[in-house]
Design a protein around this ligand. Structure first.
Ligand code: ATP
Ligand code: ATP
Ligand code: MG
Ligand code: MG
Lengths: 165, 159, 159, 165
């Protein structure tokens, strides 16, 4: 399984619909300070079900919606979608490709979709738990957090190893 | 559960030691149980010994040594429990040139089984990538994307 | 005391705004009292607005933007209350190439009144220095020093 | 006033007596990871009177003494000296050059010296307070601490401005 496509729309600084196609192997993301690179990492963490705003460098969950600027009004909602290549059957679903989306409206209403069908957050978490992805916290290493792994308490490190079991 | 933890502990420990030696060009690193032999409840300590130095508490390691030890542990976890993809956001910021080289070589090998999205300011880390995306902020605070497929670009001028 | 705090607050605030504009090539930054006009007790907030963006809470700034804003505040404090020397340990680690350039230019100007000891891995930051010391770890965990007086060395090969 | 010379002996990884001569302007310090650059910054923070081991990345104050390695035994004491150019009379002392030293023995006994005469810690702190140096915490910016200034609480930022008054 690997990440084939990422679409971001109205999430943080990605006001317009923006798409990234990925191949297997290493894709580098470069750009000036403040251009939106870590926002891309936040988008991936968010679509995998992250519920804690602080893990997305925000104070409230609505802060991930594009807040507007001189020319554009604030967005009404934020949406992130990923398409995963499932030809190896990693996700227990009968599809060659699985798409997962998350949407948050300014009203606070949030939606999750798997292959464009609405599901509950619990369904997404279960799906990922069976596929050993999602909250697998070490798979997305945020900026400046590299040595946070070393600052964990011994019992927190234990749960990292348990997850890998 | 106890049995599975024991197996995963030994697997991660072995890989952690291996990646550490690759990154530091020697030395030793290992995981230790805070309550030895109690695989059911015990917490996990990390012991690191860069080459030529004595075994020391993690706090005494330098900024770059800490980054390298943390990435060695991350790669060991990915070996035991492969994730479909992994995002690394400027993990190379504190590394000197020699260590950036060792990091990107090891990344290129691990990328045969795990996909990586690698955010970096470091030109030499970019060499390890098969594709590059450039993100810029247009004058009005909105991120836009440029795809700089590696094969089209002279890597040195990449950014 | 209240009078002195008021004077120093306004001086640091003016310099902070100036250094911020130099580093970001525009935008605005200022200090604000949490209890306006109460110079005796009030705490101090920091407001930053990179060019083209709206004024935002510090937490929303990117890694590199935070480093630049912090250094702009540090330089403003050094203007108001000059220290005989200042040590900077890899403050440029999160900066992109353009910002490293702006940082080292500004440092070179401020260095006419304050002495700096600058620890860095960045070749282009080293250009701003009048002298370079190289520190290496001999095989047995002991630091040894090499003086690489700038005038003797081809800077590009400096390290 | 500026820093003319720094001598480190038995402090952290500087087992042998090591000297640095500085001119005014910018001196760059470069070297591989783990070679001792941040230890040099710690030495400067220590000689200026730092009392908190955590600000020196240590747990106990004796941990700054060279701990020994394969070939050398642990050092018996750590000593750091600085020579300051005082031709502008910045320090309220009648000397063109002022030297300040700090020594810590494994026994826990610590000594402070100004121009080679033993003084108390309080004398060093007073001297620096009058010259607005020493605990001036922003003058030594540790590794990875750049944005700690931004994380201070409003009242802590206030004391930074007060120090500058
Ligand atoms: N909800 C939002 N709406 C609009 N812009 C936002 C929102 N949240 C964050 N931003 C903007 O995103 C920018 C930060 O982007 P990001 O952290 O991704 O930068 P970066 O490319 O990682 O930079 P660096 O190289 O410095 O780490 C901030 O300047 C902020 O203005
Ligand atoms: N008391 C001590 N005795 C001997 N060695 C020590 C002592 N305290 C720290 N060290 C050594 O100093 C090394 C760290 O040095 P330092 O943090 O200065 O590196 P650095 O040059 O700043 O590296 P980086 O570029 O990664 O930040 C550690 O590897 C540690 O072994
Ligand atoms: Mg970033
Ligand atoms: Mg360091």
């Amino acid at each position: 399984m690997y990440l084939k496509r990422l679409e971001i729309h109205g999430f943080k600084s990605f006001a317009a619909r923006t798409a990234f196609d990925f191949g297997p192997g290493v894709t580098a993301v470069v750009g000036p300070n403040g251009s939106g690179k870590s926002n891309l990492a936040d988008a991936l963490r968010w679509v995998l079900g992250e519920q804690n705003p602080r893990a997305l460098r925000s104070r409230k969950s609505e802060e991930v919606i594009f807040a507007g600027d001189r020319k554009r009004p604030p967005a009404g909602f934020a949406e992130v979608s990923i398409a995963l290549d499932n030809s190896d059957g990693w996700l227990p679903l009968d599809f060659q490709e699985v798409s997962i989306s998350r949407r948050l409206h300014r009203s606070g209403e949030s939606e999750y979709l798997v292959n464009r069908a609405r599901v509950r957050l619990k369904d997404v978490s279960d799906l990922f738990a069976r596929a050993r992805v999602g909250q697998n916290s070490y798979a997305i290493m945020g900026q400046g957090l590299v040595d946070q792994v070393l600052n964990l308490k011994p019992e927190e490190r234990r749960s990292l190893i348990e997850e890998a079991a | 559960v106890r049995e599975r933890f024991r197996e995963s502990f030994h697997a991660v420990n072995a890989d952690f030691g291996r990646y550490f030696k690759t990154f530091f060009g020697g030395g030793n690193a290992r995981l230790a149980l805070t309550e030895p032999e109690d695989y059911g409840e015990s917490g996990v300590d990390i012991l690191a010994q860069p080459p030529g130095k004595r075994q020391q508490h993690l706090q005494l390691l330098s900024g770059g040594e800490r980054s390298l030890a943390a990435v060695a542990l991350l790669f060991a976890l990915l070996e035991t429990n492969p994730a479909p993809f992994c995002v690394l956001d400027e993990v190379d910021a504190a590394l000197d040139e020699a260590n950036v080289g060792r990091f990107s070589e090891t990344l290129a090998t691990l990328a045969q089984q795990t996909q990586f999205v690698l955010i970096t300011h470091n030109r030499s880390t970019v060499q390890a990538a098969g594709a590059i995306y450039g993100i810029t902020m247009s004058g009005d605070g909105v991120s836009t994307v440029l795809s700089l497929r590696l094969d089209e670009h002279e890597p040195a001028g990449g950014q």
